[in-house]
Design a protein around this ligand. Structure first.
Ligand code: NAP
Length: 291
């Protein structure tokens, strides 16, 4: 298969790039993996995407996907498994080989884990990385959220509408999250705030309890049914690592036109070295990369 523009990833960056590329008359193929939308699908309330006072991630991303298709982009529900950037050739999990004139990498980022013993085993049995996806399993139960960024506070607020109690555990007093979110958390009576680090996950078949170590060295035990880990993300560069320049955090380095160290290969969105990772900045990256 051949195309002008191959876009790897179908979050806000990839879909915006697809809209711009297809509208410019270029044969545009998007590799969306299992489903388009990316991390935004996990955000239940977005209040800082211009044009929408409040919108949920699923609605916004469904609309972007529809717009990209309507513009003429071909969205394939396939995953890129191998890439030769110098030849602009990508193989997919259905053994398709796609050759492109230009490639835009918009693979986003993956959830960071706590790296505690048992964490892997408890995934799906109490440990989750997405409140919007899994919150319903914890209706009227006691849960905890770890982290102090926008994701953690958004998840805690969402869960406070479903669960009996939410313990928000952050490793320091101040939140990295936007002040508007922190203010909402402070005024939500169902959210209890704890400062410390989760050090142990305990349970037989499912997660039942966690231990938290405070800065003063005290260990407290908290009974919970669910632990939502929201401690940030790492860039998804496995496909292309070693073929282009990455920064010290592993994010793809680009110039102002989103071009990477490999000519004709661009990067956009959360996978790129950038000072701000928001839906609106991902969209902007995608538009510039496609241009
Ligand atoms: P983030 O901003 O990087 O925050 C990660 C949080 O987890 C920080 O509070 C950090 O603590 C903590 N943390 C990191 N490693 C940890 C560890 N090993 N143990 C305990 N805590 C740890 O990540 P994010 O909240 O996922 O947000 C990512 C980007 O998406 C941000 O740009 C954010 O603004 C954006 N976002 C926006 C929205 C929205 O606008 N609605 C929603 C979600 C995300 P420290 O603060 O101490 O470093």
């Amino acid at each position: 298969m051949e195309c002008n523009t191959l876009i790897i990833g179908a979050g806000p960056a990839g879909l915006t790039a697809a809209i711009y590329s297809a509208r410019a008359g270029k044969k545009t193929v998007v590799l969306a993996g299992a489903a388009p939308g990316g991390q935004a699908l996990e955000t239940f309330e977005i209040e800082n995407y211009p044009g929408f006072k409040s919108v949920d991630g699923v609605t916004l991303m469904a609309s972007m996907t529809e717009q990209a298709s309507a513009a003429g982009a071909e969205i394939l529900y396939e995953r890129a498994v191998k890439a030769d950037l110098s030849l602009k050739s990508v193989s997919t999990d259905t053994e398709k080989i796609i050759k492109a004139e230009k490639i835009i990498i918009a693979t986003g980022a993956k959830h960071r884990k706590l790296s505690l013993p048992g964490e892997e085993n408890f995934i799906g049995k109490g440990v989750s990385f997405c409140a919007v996806c899994d919150g319903g399993f914890f209706r009227k139960k006691h849960v905890a959220v770890v982290g102090g960024g926008d994701s953690a506070l958004t998840e805690a607020l969402y869960l406070s509408g479903i669960c009996d109690s939410v313990t928000l555990i952050h490793r320091r007093e101040e939140y990295r999250a936007a002040k508007a979110l922190a203010d909402k958390v402070l005024s939500e009576p169902k959210i209890r705030r704890v400062t410390g680090n989760v050090t142990k996950l305990i349970g037989k078949d499912r997660l039942e309890r966690i231990e938290v170590l405070s800065a003063s060295g005290d260990v407290s035990s908290i009974d919970i049914s669910g632990l939502f880990v929201a401690i940030g993300t790492d860039p998804d560069t496995q496909l292309v690592a070693g073929q282009l320049e990455l920064d010290e955090g592993g994010y793809i380095v680009t110039d102002a036109l989103m071009e990477t160290s490999v000519k004709g290969v661009f990067a956009a969105g959360d996978v790129r070295a950038t000072p701000l990772r928001q839906i609106v900045t991902a969209c902007a990256d995608g538009a510039i990369a496609a241009k």
